[in-house]
Design a protein around this ligand. Sequence first.
Ligand SMILES: *[C@@H]1O[C@H](CO)[C@@H](O)[C@H](O)[C@H]1NC(C)=O
Ligand SMILES: *[C@@H]1O[C@H](CO)[C@@H](O)[C@H](O)[C@H]1NC(C)=O
Ligand SMILES: *[C@@H]1O[C@H](CO)[C@@H](O)[C@H](O)[C@H]1NC(C)=O
Ligand SMILES: *[C@@H]1O[C@H](CO)[C@@H](O)[C@H](O)[C@H]1NC(C)=O
Ligand SMILES: *[C@@H]1O[C@H](CO)[C@@H](O)[C@H](O)[C@H]1NC(C)=O
Length: 484
Amino acid sequence: MMGRYGGGVVPILVAVLMMLMTNLVVESRTLLVENNINIVSEEEEEEYLGTNGRRWAVLVAGSRGYDNYRHQADICHAYQILRKGGLKEENIIVFMYDDIAFNVENPRPGTIINKPNGQDVYAGVPKDYTGENCTAENFLAVILGNKSALSGGSGKVVDSGPDDRIFIYYADHGAAGVVGMPAGQDLYAKDLIQALKKKHEARAYKSMVFYLEACESGSMFEGLLPRNWSIYAITAANGEESSYAFYCPDDYPSPPSQYITCLGDIFSISWLEDSDLHYSGNETVGQQYKVIRRRTGYDYPLYSSHVMQFGDKKLRDDFLSVYMGATRLSTIPAAVAPNGDTFNIINHHHSRALTQAQASLVYFSQKYKRAAKGSDEEVEARRKLRDVEDGMGRVDGSMRHILRTLFGPNKNATEAFINLVRPTGQPLVDDWDRFKSLVRTYEEQCGRLSWYGRNYIRGIANLCNAGLTPHQMAAASAQACKSF
Ligand SMILES: *[C@@H]1O[C@H](CO)[C@@H](O)[C@H](O)[C@H]1NC(C)=O
Ligand SMILES: *[C@@H]1O[C@H](CO)[C@@H](O)[C@H](O)[C@H]1NC(C)=O
Ligand SMILES: *[C@@H]1O[C@H](CO)[C@@H](O)[C@H](O)[C@H]1NC(C)=O
Ligand SMILES: *[C@@H]1O[C@H](CO)[C@@H](O)[C@H](O)[C@H]1NC(C)=O
Ligand SMILES: *[C@@H]1O[C@H](CO)[C@@H](O)[C@H](O)[C@H]1NC(C)=O
C-alpha cells in the first residue's frame, strides 16, 4: 500500500529498520486446552446437507517463494481442518506451488507449521495443482467442473450438483481488482465473477461460502457479487487497504527462532484457529464472521483491516459444518504466552502484524540481520534488499511520470487520482477488458509489476474509468520507461 500513500520507498525502509530493531523476546509454551466436543451424527449431517448433498472445497495459495511461506501454511492448515471435519479427499482440491516444505531455507524439512508451536500441517495435503499447473485458468476450470479446460494437474474438479455445498478459500497478495497466482497471470475479479455466474446458471450448487485473504480483497467482489446467487463471501480487507501477515520474526508472537519468515496471516489464522477451537456443528458462518472481524479488525488497532461481507447474507445462518464438516477433535494444542494469553482467543494489544508487502521483506531483512558481518551472505542480502528498493523506486518513478504526462504537473491532483476510490456498490472499473489491456500495455513497456508496483493498479483502473485508451497508455509508458 505504501506507494499510494505518497511516500514511495522511504516508509518501507523505515519499516524494515524497525523490524531489525524491535527485538521482543517471547517465551512460549504449549498447553492443552480441553474441549468438550460432540460428534455430529449422521442424521444431523443429512439434515444439513439433504440426502444427496455433498461438500466440496477448493483451497488456493496464490504465492510462491519462502518469503511467502505463510500463504501455503494457511492453505495446508485449512486442508487439515476439512479432513478432520469429514470432507472426503476426493472433494477437496488444493492449489499450492509446493516449494515450501522442501525449501532449503526450511528449518524443519518436509513440514509446514502455521503458528509458533503448531503441529505440522503439510502431511497428507494432496498435490492437485502444484508448480506450473497452479494457474488462474485451472482454478476457474476446477470451480466450473470443466475437465476439458484444464491444463496439467491431478484432474480433480468440483463435479457438483444442485444439492451440493461449496467452500472456497484463497490466501495471497492482491491489489485492486486482482489476486495473484503462483504461475501465469493474475486472477482478475471479473473472470472470477464470470465463473461464479456460470456455476450459478448451471445450478451446480445449493450454496457457496468464499473466504478471501489478500490486500484490497474487497475489490474482488464490490459491486460485482449479487445477493441472489446463494454465494456468501467475506474478504480480509476492504477494497483499498492491506491485509496483514502474522507470527513474523521479531514480532509478538514470533515463530521459532530458526524461521526467517512469517507463519500466517491474521484473517486466515482467525478462522482457522477458531475452527480448531470450536465445534463447527454448533457455530454458524455468521458467528465465525464476527470472530474473524473482531480479530482481524479490532484486536490490533494499528495493524488492522476491515473484514467485508458480500453476496447472500442469509447463508450466515448455516452451520459451519455444512461447508467445513464437523471437527471431532477433543484436545487442541494452543500457543500460550507467558502472561497467560492464548494466542487463539485473547486480545493482544502488544501484538504486531505486518502488511503483506512488509512481510515479504522480512525474509530479506532477516537474512541480512543474521548474516555474519562482512560475510558474502551479508553482501548478498544487502544487494537483494537494494534490488527490491531500486525496483520500488523505478515503479514509483515511472507511474508518476505517466500520470504527469497525462495530468500535467499538479502533484495533488495526481495523488488524489491514484488514491481515488469509487463509492460503495460500484465495481473498480466498468470496462474490464480495457482495464486488463492497460495493465498489460504498461507491463510490456515497463516490466512486470511487483506486488509493490501493483499498488498502482488502482491508478490504472482510474485511468481506465477516465477513458484512457491502450494506445495512449503505450505512448505514455514508452516515454516513462525508455531509460530502464
Ligand atoms: C469447457 O472448456 C472448454 C475449453 O475452454 C470450452 O470450449 C467449453 O465450452 C467448456 N465447457 C463448458 C460446459 O463450459
Ligand atoms: C503438471 O501436471 C502434469 C499433468 O498432470 C504433471 O505431469 C506434472 O508433473 C505437473 N507439474 C507439476 C510441477 O506438478
Ligand atoms: C438477481 O438479482 C438481479 C438484480 O440484482 C436481477 O436482475 C436478477 O433477475 C435476479 N435473478 C434472479 C434469478 O432472481
Ligand atoms: C450448542 O448450542 C446450543 C445453543 O446455543 C447450546 O445450548 C449447546 O450447549 C451447544 N452445544 C455444544 C456442544 O456446544
Ligand atoms: C496541495 O496540497 C497541499 C496540502 O493539502 C496544499 O497546501 C497545496 O496548496 C496544494 N497545492 C495545489 C497546487 O493544489
